[in-house]
Write a protein that binds this ligand. Structure first.
Ligand SMILES: Nc1ncnc2c1ncn2[C@@H]1O[C@H](COP(=O)(O)OP(=O)(O)OP(=O)(O)O)[C@@H](O)[C@H]1O
Length: 296
């Protein structure tokens, strides 16, 4: 388990992290979600040993691979030579290093391009190589800081498959992103960070059960605002109505009966699953964070 206890970080007078506590169980893929400037990269850099000045403590029991948010490759070298460079930094040599480079090239889908220089690569290929460099020494823990920024759908899919493969091998992964659907589909557990503070953490299933309620969506000619007089929260959305109700199934039944009574065939009527995004906004609000410091 990775344990982070009371970690704070200031950049001058700016507080980037405020007494962060994080418990990442071994073998899980752990999502860290937060808006721009919330402190995700700072926390990842502390865990990776890149930032050495901070308060508090943390324990990472075992070997660590770090995929930084910024592409950290030597553009004038080939993919192979970049991997060899990082492999040597991790202490690999000889046949073991050669074998690992081959395995990583296959895993990141760059076998055919191994001898091409990085400056001829697309954004997605660079991202994949950036990830590969962190996997050469088969680390027990991998930190991936926004690994899908600026990649096309094909590379994105490849990166997801790679994460799935690492999970199957029992690697513990911390995956930061502000794409909640990515975290929802890849991760088992999640922590929400906002303005340098962890506002909630736990298993995604449990958080969805605890916070988010399913809603009912109905769309169709003749379905009007009056239908929802007794419902507390109803929003107009995509030309229909999103109804947040205490008992969504009961609401669904009533709406279906109402449609029959009024002889209306809705174009859409169904339950809308609760999403991580709903929880995140309910915990942090929807105000823009633009004035609070931008990207690094
Ligand atoms: N080297 C630095 N010097 C001064 N302030 C910094 C530095 N690095 C980050 N910050 C500030 O610290 C806060 C946290 O930044 P950080 O990069 O950790 O956030 P983030 O959640 O990773 O954001 P993003 O999603 O944009 O990558 C921000 O307000 C940022 O402007």
């Amino acid at each position: 388990m990775i344990r982070v206890e009371d970690v704070s970080k200031h950049y001058g007078s700016k507080q980037a992290l405020n007494k962060v506590e994080l418990h990442v169980p071994a073998g899980v893929c752990y999502g860290l979600i937060g808006p721009n400037g919330s402190g995700k990269s700072t926390l990842m850099k502390i865990l990776a040993g890149v930032i050495r000045e901070y308060e508090g403590k943390f324990i990472v029991p075992g070997s660590l691979g770090y995929v930084p948010q910024e592409i950290s490759l030597e553009e004038t070298l080939t993919a192979f030579d970049n991997l060899r460079f990082f492999g040597k930094i991790y202490g690999l040599t000889g046949a073991h290093l050669a074998g690992r480079i081959e395995a990583v090239l296959a895993a990141i889908g760059l076998k055919e391009r191994a001898t091409d220089k990085v400056n001829t690569f697309s954004g997605g290929m660079k991202r994949r190589l950036n990830i590969g460099c962190a996997l050469l020494h088969e680390p027990e823990f991998v930190i991936m800081d926004e690994p899908t920024v600026g990649v096309d759908p094909q590379s994105r899919r490849h990166i997801f498959l790679l994460v799935e493969q690492l999970k199957r091998q029992g690697t513990t992964i911390i995956y930061t992103s502000h794409h909640m659907e990515e975290v929802e589909s890849l991760c088992d557990d999640v922590a929400f960070i906002d303005r340098g503070k962890i506002v909630e953490q736990g298993s995604i299933d449990a958080l969805l059960r605890r916070y988010a309620q399913s809603a009912v969506f109905i769309k169709g000619e003749g379905v009007v605002r009056d239908w929802f007089e007794l419902v507390e929260r109803v929003e107009e959305k995509d030309g229909g109505w999103l109804v947040h109700a205490e008992e969504p199934l009961e609401t669904l039944k009533q709406l279906s009966m109402r449609c029959q009574e009024e002889k209306i065939s809705p174009t859409q009527l169904g339950l809308v699953e609760a999403r991580l995004e709903d929880i995140f906004f309910s915990l942090t609000g929807t105000d823009l964070r633009d004035s609070e410091g931008g990207d690094e």
